[in-house]
Structure formats: structure tokens, C-alpha cells
Write a protein that binds this ligand. Structure first.
Ligand code: PSU
Ligand code: MN
Length: 302
């Protein structure tokens, strides 16, 4: 049996119908951001959820147990060595008693659905990789966003993915894709990919009503795409730095499956020499704040 422990604070909030924002743990582990930026990301993201009026609930697998809402000691543990845990890995992580399983977007959404949490914030989602017609590499994040009745708040998807095909795939999966105060799908460190979003909404209340109707109609999720704050955005030239080298290296070294994304992220970070960190921190914090505002509006709908 899969054990799930929801912290008292998060459980109380869910039971009282107060706003909760779930967070994944891969971005805060050694797989997502280098130390000490990962700790700063966690601290600022948690504070942004609270400032926005919601209770933060980090998801993780700890000592083989699914956890929702962590205390400071648990937070410390996810900052270190962790095993990447996508939705399909949850039964492996629980039955094999993994020490620290860092949840991806797909695993977090599956956990949210079980726990009864409707709003989830991350940095960027996985998507369709360049060359996917050969490799078949399409992130499980996309199917999970479609299947679980949860809003994912993200700064779009990274430039190393095929953004155009990612948007087509989300359409095929019937996922509502919403630009938050933007007409263009954002590209993580950059404010725009140049591709239009099918729908733009400008207020937390509008997003909350769409989420309510999506969940009651189809019991599936939606994607809210929020551009990185202007002050910390990188230009599209800057984000090209190192990208084709990283993709070539992954191909040459025969990196496959779950290892692809952490490898490419690491190579790009090295090539950018830390210049991406302020953008990464700002977008994680901003997504958390927007997610909290939507969660507040969603709770007000009752
Ligand atoms: N994109 C990022 N940073 C990340 C990830 C994606 O810019 O840390 C992580 C997230 O946890 C996401 C996962 O859910 O990678 C997707 O992995 P894959 O491409 O293997 O599906
Ligand atoms: Mn993949």
C-alpha cells in the first residue's frame, strides 16, 4: 500500500477549504539548480506562496512515503542528492523505499489529485524534445497535466524543447493553455517564444473560474503560462548560448530517458556561467505568487 502523509498545516487548509499551492521538489534538488541557488529558490518560493495568501505544500517521496507539505528538516533533505521521481516512478519509490525522491511535474500532479489540491506551481514544464520524431522523447508532464484535475502554473517551457510541437501536443491532449497577461507563450528565461497562446486571461478570478469549469466538466487540468518578470528576463540570443552544444553532447553520449533533461539543464547552466540564476529564481518566485493568487480566488468560489 502506498502511504501518503499530508502535513498538519496542509491537511487543515484542505479540510477548511483554504487556498493551498503545491510545489514539485526536482527544481530544488541537485537535479534542478546548483547549490546555493536551489536553497534560495526554495526559500523565496515558499515565501511567495505565503505572501500570496496560500499554504505551500512541497511534494516529495521521503523514506518510501509520499509526502505533501514538508517541515524545515525535510526541506533540507530535498536540497541534496535526490532521485528523480516522475509519476510512473512513484510505485518504485514507495515499494523500494527510496530515501529522497524528488518529484517532477507529473509526479506532483498525481499527488495533488490524491490529496485534493487544485493549484500547482513550478518553474518550467517538460515537453516535446527536438528530434522527438526519432527519439520519441515527449515528457510525461504533458499527459499528467491533461489527466489530473489541477492547474499547473509555469513560465512556459525551456528553449531546448520544441515549443511549437509542445503546444500542438497540449492541444491534442485537450489541455487549456492560458497566457497570463500575455498573448505569447513564454519560454522560461525569455518572456516569449514568439508563438501565440490560444487564450489570454488577465486576473486570478478569471483563471479560477476557468479552472472550476475545466475540473467540473472534464476532471482534467490546465496550464497557466506566466512570463518571467521583465527585470530578470534573458534575451533570446542569451538563451541560445550553449543550447545546441548541450543537445549535441546528449546525442553523442547516448543520454536517454529520464537522464536527458537533467543533463541538458546542467550543460546549459554551465554554458551560461550562472547568468541564468537570477531569471530562474525570479520566475519560480513569480509563478508561486500568481499560483497563490489563483488559489485564493479559487477558494472564494467555494
Ligand atoms: N524544466 C526545467 N527545470 C526542471 C525540469 C524541467 O527547466 O527542473 C524538471 C521538472 O521537474 C520537470 C522534469 O517535471 O524536469 C521533466 O523531465 P522530463 O523531461 O524527463 O519529463
Ligand atoms: Mn523525456
Amino acid at each position: 500500500m502506498v502511504d501518503m502523509i499530508i502535513s498538519e498545516r496542509v491537511r487543515d487548509a484542505i479540510e477548511d477549504g483554504r487556498p493551498v499551492v503545491a510545489l514539485e521538489s526536482t527544481i530544488f534538488s541537485n537535479l534542478g539548480l546548483p547549490s546555493p541557488a536551489n536553497e534560495e529558490a526554495l526559500t523565496r518560493t515558499l515565501a511567495a506562496v505565503r505572501d500570496g495568501g496560500a499554504e505551500p505544500a512541497v511534494t516529495a517521496i521521503m523514506d518510501g512515503t509520499v509526502r505533501v507539505g514538508l517541515d524545515d528538516r525535510d526541506h533540507e533533505r530535498i536540497l541534496g542528492e535526490a532521485s528523480k521521481t516522475a509519476e510512473r516512478d512513484i510505485p518504485a519509490a514507495t515499494s523500494q523505499v527510496w530515501s529522497v525522491g524528488a518529484t517532477t511535474v507529473s509526479a506532483s500532479l498525481a499527488i495533488c489529485a490524491r490529496a485534493g489540491i487544485s493549484v500547482f506551481a513550478t518553474g518550467g514544464i517538460g515537453g516535446v524534445h527536438h528530434g522527438a520524431s526519432e527519439t520519441g522523447d515527449v515528457s510525461a508532464d504533458l499527459g499528467a497535466i491533461a489527466r489530473h484535475p489541477v492547474l499547473t502554473v509555469a513560465a512556459g517551457a525551456k528553449a531546448f524543447l520544441d515549443i511549437s510541437r509542445t503546444l500542438e501536443h497540449l492541444e491534442t491532449l485537450s489541455v487549456p493553455v492560458i497566457g497570463y497577461r500575455t498573448d505569447e507563450f513564454p519560454m522560461f528565461y525569455a518572456r516569449s517564444s514568439g508563438l501565440p497562446v490560444p487564450l489570454r486571461l488577465d486576473t486570478p478570478g478569471d483563471v479560477a473560474r476557468l479552472l472550476r469549469d475545466r475540473i467540473t466538466w472534464a476532471a482534467g487540468g490546465a496550464l497557466l503560462a506566466v512570463p518571467v518578470p521583465e527585470a530578470n528576463a534573458l534575451s533570446s540570443d542569451e538563451i541560445q548560448t550553449g543550447m545546441s552544444d548541450a543537445l549535441d553532447a546528449a546525442k553523442r553520449l547516448g543520454i536517454r530517458g529520464a537522464a536527458v533533461t537533467p543533463f541538458v539543464l546542467g550543460e546549459i547552466s554551465k554554458a551560461l556561467d550562472g547568468n541564468n540564476i537570477p531569471a530562474n529564481l525570479a520566475l519560480s518566485e513569480n509563478n508561486a505568487r500568481v499560483a497563490a493568487q489563483v488559489a485564493v480566488a479559487f477558494a472564494e468560489l467555494g
